[in-house]
Design a protein around this ligand. Structure first.
Ligand code: AMP
Length: 281
């Protein structure tokens, strides 16, 4: 089946309502902002394992960018994205213009303030409100049965779970592992903005997380971890390194190793923001 490329909400709705439910029992959805890489494609391949239709959206959502420059510089390579999606047999690409998504009423009563206190939320004011708005709109239009997100955006996964429950969307949620370059650097659309040397330097982010994991038994509190990674922080502009109990986002000061712990890190390399995280035990 040739991939459908749909640009308007009306067209998408009419396409979805024309589907034969016996042939396409489920809608399996992967939201993205494009500049696709193997991390995104791993989500599409996962979605393809389910019966029914796989829909990928590409939309660079301005409201989740807290920096105008970051929004302007965000890579946009739609022709390459189409080629990659066709190579994994994606069924539908929904790639609306921004004014198209503005038409839909946004949510007003979903509270993201808890998310704004920690890690990504703390460093990117308004980011999670923007994410919640766009995912609400996409879920409302598509009403998927299954939706796929990457654990790379760990806090985002927690937000989507809360949003799904708050609005009673029927979708099941799948959170998938981080796909990495051979040097450990988590794949990211923003890696396109890095030189080869900067990519090599950025792989330290993962080395740092692996080093923390290897030594987790020797740490009692977050400060001892911060002291331990000071060798890495000399070369990298670390925005935060927090350890949380897996499934939550409140940074721990005392590390209780009877709990499942996850380290979350963010740094800037040449003003490109990179995030990563790793389960420690
Ligand atoms: P984005 O296009 O950055 O909004 O990402 C779209 C989806 O792909 C999100 O659910 C991300 O968490 C996920 N994703 C991004 N990078 C990776 C990666 N390296 N491995 C797995 N999933 C990823």
């Amino acid at each position: 089946m040739k991939m459908e490329i749909i640009k308007t909400i009306e067209e998408l709705k009419s396409f979805l309502s024309s589907l034969d439910k016996h042939k396409n029992p489920m809608l399996n959805f992967v939201p993205t902002m494009g500049a696709l890489h193997d991390g995104h494609l791993s989500l599409v391949k996962k979605a393809k394992l389910y019966d029914g239709l796989t829909i990928v959206s590409i939309f660079v959502n301005k409201s989740q960018f807290n920096s105008e420059n970051d929004y302007i510089n965000y890579p946009r390579v739609i022709d390459n994205d189409i080629r990659l999606l066709e190579s994994v047999d994606c069924n539908v690409l929904f790639c609306p213009e921004s004014n198209e998504m503005d038409q839909i009423e946004t949510l007003s009563n979903f509270d993201t303030s808890e998310f704004d206190k920690y890690m990504e939320g703390l460093h990117r004011p308004g980011h999670f409100k923007g994410v919640a708005e766009i995912v609400f709109k996409l879920f409302s239009i598509i009403n998927p049965d299954n939706s796929f997100f990457g654990i790379k955006d760990y806090q985002q996964c927690l937000l989507i779970e809360k949003l799904r429950d708050f609005y009673n969307f029927k979708t099941l949620l799948s959170f998938e592992d981080i796909v990495r370059e051979s040097n450990g650097l988590a794949m990211s659309s923003r890696n396109l903005l890095l030189s080869e040397d900067e990519k090599t330097l950025s792989s330290n982010l993962f080395n740092c997380l692996m080093d923390i994991k290897a030594n987790i038994s020797s740490f009692t509190d977050n400060n001892s971890v911060l002291r331990f990674i000071s060798n890495y922080t000399k070369n990298m502009n670390i925005e935060y390194l927090d350890i949380v109990e897996d499934g939550t986002m409140v940074p721990l000061s005392i590390l209780d190793k009877s709990k499942k712990l996850r380290a979350c890190i963010c740094c800037r390399v040449n003003n490109v923001r990179l995030i990563d995280n790793l389960l420690l035990n």
